[in-house]
Unconditional design. Structure first.
Length: 391
């Protein structure tokens, strides 16, 4: 909106023309998103904590050492998601499809997370809810299959709209190869894009288990995304580097910078000991947005490297599950707060999964794990940029 507004305002005062520049709008979006977050996040945390305490908080099964976090309000991702949606229309060019698709992606995956978070919170009041909703609440939220189904359907919709509305082809461009690409064709590319979105959405969600971990890693990934989006949307830079040029993709730099501002504000209150968690509403939406921008800029492989912490976290869960299934000997009944649960009796590759809980089981302190994984993520982000030139 500001871009179109500057078209009119520059006739009265020419300096308004600076709003045409992606860099100007990017830094304005960063600063304003940070300011909005610093004001709104603590207000949200205070008001939502009363709601949390009234409902009895949320206890994380099999994580007794996190019992002190029971009444820490979740769903802080609502502030991030709504800020990014508003900023998509405020700072991005409305004559391109990017703000609409970015907002749709955030909204759809945010809604899945919101429903899951709300059901978890209502667990202690499950008996007072309609039977179908009560069962979901009693089970601690949406079942994994239900969540995956919704994610897949929404991801297919976003992927299809991307192919139809964005100025991108349906090829994959592996790093290290300058003149070689993998042509998928429209149907296969839509499937690939949908799986990529679901993958990253779940990867960020799984990583969100310690104070400041997911948001801190996301900041380093979005730093890479902001830089890459600017290069991809600039014909001169894209031609020099031999990377695909995507018209107007530089607009996504503005959105990435807005996330950096909002994310830093959130980290201010999410760092240990956290005053608020982002919840599934934040992690699912952020992961989907990372994947959307990676696909829109044709840099899926670079984002996979930059987001290596997320990738390893989700693969640690996959490896743990596969190892357990292959070595399963039976089941053990576990009683937790009056609730009987069965645990597979099997060999495990990690003491716990995902990987950050494995490190906790090894005796690492929460702050050590988080800061060290931030460092790894920053190093991976820097390393990923090498592939811009190695083609």
């Amino acid at each position: 909106m500001l871009y179109l507004l500057s078209e009119w305002l520059k006739n009265y005062w020419f300096p308004f023309n600076v709003l045409h520049y992606i860099t100007t709008r990017s830094f304005l979006a960063f600063l304003l998103a940070f300011a909005v977050g610093v004001v709104l996040i603590p207000l949200f945390a205070r008001r939502f904590k009363r709601f949390y305490v009234t409902l009895g908080g949320y206890r994380r099964d099999f994580l007794d050492h996190h019992e002190e976090k029971r009444y820490t309000p979740s769903m802080g991702g609502i502030v991030i998601v709504l800020t990014l949606i508003v900023f998509s229309f405020l700072f991005l060019r409305l004559d391109t499809p990017y703000p609409y698709l970015a907002a749709l992606t955030l909204l759809l995956f945010g809604l899945i997370g919101f429903a899951d978070d709300l059901l978890k919170l209502l667990r202690n009041r499950a008996s007072e809810l309609p039977p179908a909703i009560g069962r979901l609440a009693q089970n601690g939220g949406l079942a994994a299959k239900q969540k995956l189904l919704l994610q897949t359907l929404f991801a297919l919709l976003v992927a299809y709209l991307m192919v139809k509305l964005l100025p991108i082809d349906t090829n994959l461009y592996p790093p290290l190869f300058k003149d070689w690409s993998i042509p998928l064709g429209e149907p296969l590319y839509v499937i690939f894009a949908a799986l990529f979105i679901v993958f990253f959405s779940n990867a960020v969600n799984i990583t969100d288990g310690l104070d400041g971990l997911a948001i801190g890693v996301s900041l380093s990934v979005f730093g890479v995304i902001a830089f890459v989006s600017y290069l991809v949307g600039n014909y001169v830079f894209a031609s020099y580097l031999g990377i695909p040029y995507v018209p107007y993709a530089g607009e996504l730099t503005v959105l990435a910078m807005a996330f950096l501002g909002a994310g830093l504000a959130f980290l201010w209150f999410n760092t240990h000991p956290a005053r608020i968690f982002m919840g599934d509403v934040g992690s699912l939406a952020i992961g989907a947005l990372i994947a959307f921008i990676a696909l829109a800029t044709k840099n899926e492989f670079i984002v996979l490297v930059a987001g290596g912490v997320f990738v390893w976290e989700i693969f640690s869960v996959v490896l743990q599950v596969l190892t357990c299934k292959l070595t399963k000997r039976g089941e053990i009944v576990h009683t937790d707060g009056g609730t009987r649960r069965t645990i597979a009796d099997c060999k495990r590759l990690f003491k716990r999964a995902p990987f950050h809980h494995h490190l906790e089981a090894l005796g690492w302190k929460e702050e050590q794990i988080v800061v060290r994984l931030w460092i790894v993520s920053i190093l991976l982000g820097v390393f990923s940029l090498i592939f811009l030139k190695l083609r």
